[in-house]
Design a protein. Sequence first.
Length: 423
Amino acid sequence: MGKGLRKQSSFLSSPRSFIGEPEFLEMACSRSPSSSSSLPLLPIFLLTFLFYLNFVSRVIMAPLLPIVESELGLGHGQAGSLFFFVAFGYGVGLLGSGVVSHFLTHRLTITFAGLMGGLSLILISRSASIGAIHTGLVFIGFFAGLYLPSGIATLTERVSKEHWGKAMAIHELAPNMAFITAPLLAEFLLKFFSWRDSLNVLGGWAMGMPFFFLLFGKGSRKRGEPPRLKLFREVLANPFCWVMALFFMIAIGSSLGVYAVMPLFLVSEMGMDRPWANTLIGLSRSFGIILLFISGVLIDRIGPIRALTAFMTTTGLFTLLLGAVPGATAVSVLVFFQAAFVTCLFPTGFTIVSLIFPERLRGVAVSLVIFMGFLFGGGIIPSALGHWAEAFSFSSGFAILGIVTLVLLPFFRRVTSRLDLSR
């Protein structure tokens, strides 16, 4: 186990723990800038800020949902379904990123993805029909999917290998900060603009940043490699790929899926004012950052199987209680605990994937399990929660999701306990 955990630590502090095409991951691990051993902060922060805008663009509709739902006359099911289109586009962009970066280079892919993501937000703001909004959301997801492999490839090229861990840690602050600040940013913009004009402002911001990166970011001029179908088939033939895909469906559903409909739940069922609901959601995610660092220590100390048991239990329990316990005060407290513990599932899952698959298949495995997990957990689950709320309630939907998580725990324990995680 000690040897396996040493491997897992190097995995979590390297690009192999991120989503992208396998060839890029193999190339990244062989790169190390020879010109300087210092940490190039400007390129790192520019990439981190681009990643932040990339992620905010995907989740900004969540805090805006109460207004969008009311203005467009949508039901909870239609509102929740908006995130399916983002998830679908993201999966397509992720799997096709190697093809695009092969033609454009990583540097131009990052710039192109940022520009087009911002333009997609502006197009959504001017859409007159729900169908046009759906199309814009697919585009947002698609261009977001293009960014990450090229972003990590650039990061590993510009930063010397001994600083990869620090660079990745800074870069990974982006999605966590997006979860925290998206509701607060939405409320700030809504003080001055309509929801459509708010998307315009954010879109213009997202379109401006790629030019700064192009001028000062010193992005990688190397090209990506198109994905090899043989490796995809080899990973899909491994039954543990499907087990871990199911795990990430639950993890992403309990995280992003719940996050997506939480404003609607707090406003429509808990009777909270929208500004307070969005503030509560944003603040609740800050607790998760602290627990995320603690989870890494626990995984090293108690092992990934016991960590999976602990974090799935707490996530399932708090998701269940979120729907079962009445009263806005109690729910406000549970929102913090549910958001915190669900973040711990991701390093646990990535650790297990890294120990299941050999190095040559690891990048493909991460790409595929996250693709399936994001499509279901980030797309179908919020849509299902919305439709369920129309017929019953969000509360009962959360309770069911928590019960499913707890029921699946023995299955995951039994399957993963058969693995040799010491290699």
